[in-house]
Structure formats: structure tokens, C-alpha cells
Write a protein that binds this ligand. Structure first.
Ligand code: 0O2
Length: 270
């Protein structure tokens, strides 16, 4: 296969990875904008390298003309969650989408690999638009916690270093570390609701402060500067109290004031 052909084959996968990363990042944004805890913490993506595709085809005896159907992870998306419970939520979110169709799943969390690897994998169909028309392709979505990702990243580097022949004593260490990761994920799960509450209220506070600052900035353009300076000082005082309820009240009052000025500005224009 010549280089140009590889580019032609891999280009739609590149597009799929880019689109999916944008879409999952948008899911995070939507949660934050609504002041909600996001089950997705971070998303990354990659297109498998040509050498890695060739290695897999050789190892699994895949003929060249079956590459796209049998190498299911040419496009790869990795979704990192904070808690094990989030993994199911993310999987449900994906299931509900119209632009992604699930082909199969592999649950290496319920069924940990002998290496100690844990992660939830989905093979999905996703369609990209190309000059030649729509192209339906496969992608692998790996969903795992930050702790699982930490383990997998280290183990992957060791596999690379030892060319898959990791010495027995390191394998044992990795296996112990995998057990520690299970214990850590379980321990973190017990404080999940507290952490979610904390993150929810911190996100609500961030959204309120952003809104208030936007309103103050707009008021500067429309109203008396001394009045706005007073409002700003009031905001600093309330902000320093670190009381979400007071901040919400201030936000509502400021909204009413800003609305009045906007109405006045519109009337003045006429
Ligand atoms: P890369 O470098 O991540 O792109 P295979 O595992 O390739 O023989 P299969 O059945 O297609 O075959 O896939 P499987 O077992 O579901 O694994 C697919 C991907 O999961 C791997 O991609 C890894 O990313 C990850 N993975 C699976 N097992 C392990 C493991 O023991 N340790 C680590 N660190 N990751 C694992 P690739 O193809 O290895 O490549």
C-alpha cells in the first residue's frame, strides 16, 4: 500500500477522532454551563499509527482488504472519569446518541485482564462526511477512571520498553498496583456524593460570578460609572462572604437592575 493510499484511508478516521473529541468536550461544557457535575472529566483521541495497524494485522492474520472491518480501533477515543460509577453514566450517554451506534462492548472492569488492565471499551459506528459522500467507520471508545488510566499508561510504557516481555518481578509489582487501584477507586466511590456536591456548588459559583462580572461590565457601558463602582464594591463584599445563597440573591438583584438599564437604553435609542 503506498503512502498516499494510507493518507486517503486514514483521513476520515482523523476527522472522526476530531469530531468525537469536540462532541464529548461539548458534553462536559453543557454539564458545566448547567452547573451540573460532569461524568466525563477529560477526552482525548488518536488515530492508530500505520506501524501499529500493520503490527495488529500481522499478529491477527488480517488480510489487507479486511483491514477497515477487522481493525476496530483505527480511530480511538479515551474518556476519563473521576469515579467508577461515572463510567456507566457515560456509556448510557453514548447509547442515547443518534450519531453513534454501539457495535459491541468489552467490560474489562468486571473482567479484569490477566495483566491487571481495567477499562470499559465500546466499539462504535460513526459516520463522517467526505468529498466522496458519507463514510461509516468504526471507532473504539475506552472509558476508564483517572486511577485506571494512571495504571494503564505506566503499564503501556513498560510494555513498550520491554517489547511485551515485562520481567516477572515487574509484572508482580504491576499486579499489586492494579489491586491498589481497585482499592483506591472503591475508596473514592464512598465520597463520590460529597465530591459531586462540592463540584456542583463550585460550578454554580463560577457561573454566577461570570454572569455577575458580565453584567457589571455591560452596566459600565450603559449607566453612571459611580453607580457601577458602588455595585462592584458590593459584589466584592458579598464574594468575600463565600456564601452561595447571598451570591445568588445579589445575582438576581443585579439582573433586575441590568434589565432596567437595558430597557432604558432601548427606549433612548428610539
Ligand atoms: P494502542 O497503543 O493503545 O493503540 P489487542 O489487545 O490489540 O490484541 P483487541 O481485542 O482488538 O486486541 O483489543 P483489546 O484487548 O480490547 O485492547 C484494545 C486496546 O485496549 C489496546 O490497544 C490498549 O489501548 C488497551 N489495552 C488492552 N489491554 C491492555 C493492557 O493489558 N494494558 C494496557 N496498558 N492497555 C491495554 P492497542 O492495540 O494495544 O494499542
Amino acid at each position: 500500500m503506498d503512502i498516499q493510499l494510507w493518507h486517503e484511508i486514514l483521513d476520515p478516521y482523523e476527522l472522526a477522532v476530531q469530531e468525537l473529541v469536540v462532541k464529548f468536550n461539548h458534553v462536559i461544557k453543557e454539564h458545566h454551563e448547567k452547573g451540573l457535575y460532569s461524568p466525563i472529566e477529560q477526552v482525548t483521541g488518536r488515530v492508530k499509527t500505520v506501524s501499529s495497524i500493520l503490527e495488529k494485522m500481522q499478529r491477527k492474520h488480517i488480510p489487507v482488504d479486511e483491514m477497515e472491518s477487522q481493525v476496530e480501533d483505527i480511530a480511538g477515543i479515551r474518556i476519563i472519569c473521576q469515579f467508577v460509577e461515572d463510567i456507566e453514566k457515560v456509556s448510557e450517554l453514548i447509547e442515547q446518541r443518534n450519531d453513534i451506534e454501539i457495535k459491541s462492548e468489552k467490560d474489562y472492569i468486571k473482567h479484569m485482564k490477566p495483566s491487571g488492565y481495567r477499562s470499559y471499551h465500546l466499539i462504535v459506528y460513526y459516520t463522517v462526511e467526505t468529498l466522496g459522500g458519507p463514510k461509516r467507520l468504526q471507532a473504539e471508545i475506552q472509558i476508564r477512571t483517572m486511577a485506571m488510566d494512571f495504571w494503564a499508561t505506566i503499564e503501556h510504557s513498560l510494555q513498550y520498553k520491554y517489547k511485551s516481555n515485562i520481567p516477572q518481578h515487574i509484572k508482580e509489582r504491576l499486579s499489586n498496583a492494579a489491586d491498589a487501584i481497585i482499592a483506591l477507586d472503591n475508596e473514592m466511590s464512598t465520597v463520590r456524593s460529597e465530591i459531586m456536591d462540592a463540584q456542583n456548588s463550585s460550578q454554580i459559583q463560577i457561573n454566577l460570578v461570570t454572569d455577575i462580572l458580565n453584567n457589571i461590565e455591560n452596566l459600565y457601558k450603559l449607566s453612571n460609572k459611580r453607580e457601577v463602582a458602588k455595585i462592584q464594591n458590593e459584589f466584592y463584599k458579598i464574594y468575600a462572604l463565600n456564601d452561595l445563597e447571598q451570591l445568588k440573591r445579589f445575582h438576581t438583584q443585579l439582573d433586575i437592575i441590568a434589565e432596567g438599564y437595558r430597557a432604558q437604553a432601548v427606549t433612548d435609542e428610539f
